[in-house]
Structure formats: structure tokens, C-alpha cells
Unconditional design. Structure first.
Length: 144
């Protein structure tokens, strides 16, 4: 009985973070000729406390540690609601079906993508300073 309750709770938690199906499709709606780092936070219509913490902590990190880069466009922060039809192609490109955090580096028209979702869910709410530090370190590494 305990296992059933735990399994149901886990399933409900995942459903609360978002939903949808994933399809592999390539394409991007941004200018791929400009070198930049994009921090992409994807979310669904319904969001849990951890999902909201990921967005907030990512925004805080960028505003506190990369304000100049945000201003000049060498770092871009995008919050994407995957439940909106206009965001379907982007969600498909990154194969996103629920809340996710990606850091993407665009250099000479080529994209390198890193999925930080597992890290984000493990740290954003329970260890916010570790989340901020880890995200900032990853961005600095990509800036090299």
C-alpha cells in the first residue's frame, strides 16, 4: 500500500510540473549568426514550487553576475511556456515535455547545448546558493 501511495505521489508531482509529448525536430526562432549564450527555462501551465524556484534563481544569477552581458545581448535569458502553441517548435527542438533548464552556446552559427534540468531540480529550492554558483560556473566555462 505504501508503495502505491508513493508512486501516485511521484506521478502527480511530475504532472504538476508540465505535460506534453516530445518530438525530435530541429530549428530555432533566434538569430543563429550572433555568438551568445542562451539560458532557456521551459515550463508548463502548472508549476510546482521547485519549478518556480528554478526560474527565480536563474534570473537572480544572471541579473547579479552577468548584468552587462544581459544588457549587450551576449547572454540571453528566455522563459518559455511549453503549453503555448507558439512555443511548440522550440519545445520540440529541445525535446522538452516538462520544466527544464538548458544552457546553450551559439558560436559561429553552431549550437552546443547542455541540459541542466537534473541539477536545477536538485538545487534551486533546497540549495539556492549552490544552484547560483553552479549555473554561473557553467556559463563562465561556456564564455571561454
Amino acid at each position: 500500500m505504501k508503495k502505491i501511495v508513493i508512486l501516485m505521489t511521484l506521478c502527480l508531482g511530475l504532472l504538476a510540473c508540465g505535460n506534453g509529448n516530445s518530438k525530435a525536430q530541429k530549428g530555432n526562432d533566434a538569430d543563429n549568426t550572433k555568438d551568445r549564450i542562451e539560458v532557456l527555462y521551459f515550463h508548463g501551465k502548472q508549476r510546482c514550487a521547485t519549478c518556480m524556484a528554478i526560474e527565480q534563481r536563474a534570473k537572480e544569477t544572471l541579473e547579479e553576475q552577468f548584468a552587462d552581458e544581459l544588457k549587450n545581448g551576449t547572454i540571453v535569458f528566455r522563459v518559455i511556456d511549453i503549453s503555448q502553441p507558439e512555443n511548440e517548435a522550440l519545445a520540440d527542438k529541445y525535446e522538452v515535455t516538462w520544466s527544464s533548464l538548458f544552457v546553450c552556446r551559439w558560436k559561429a552559427g553552431r549550437e552546443t547545448t547542455e541540459n541542466l534540468t537534473e541539477f536545477a531540480f536538485g538545487k534551486a529550492r533546497t540549495a539556492p546558493e549552490a544552484f547560483k554558483s553552479g549555473l554561473a560556473d557553467r556559463i563562465r566555462e561556456l564564455q571561454k
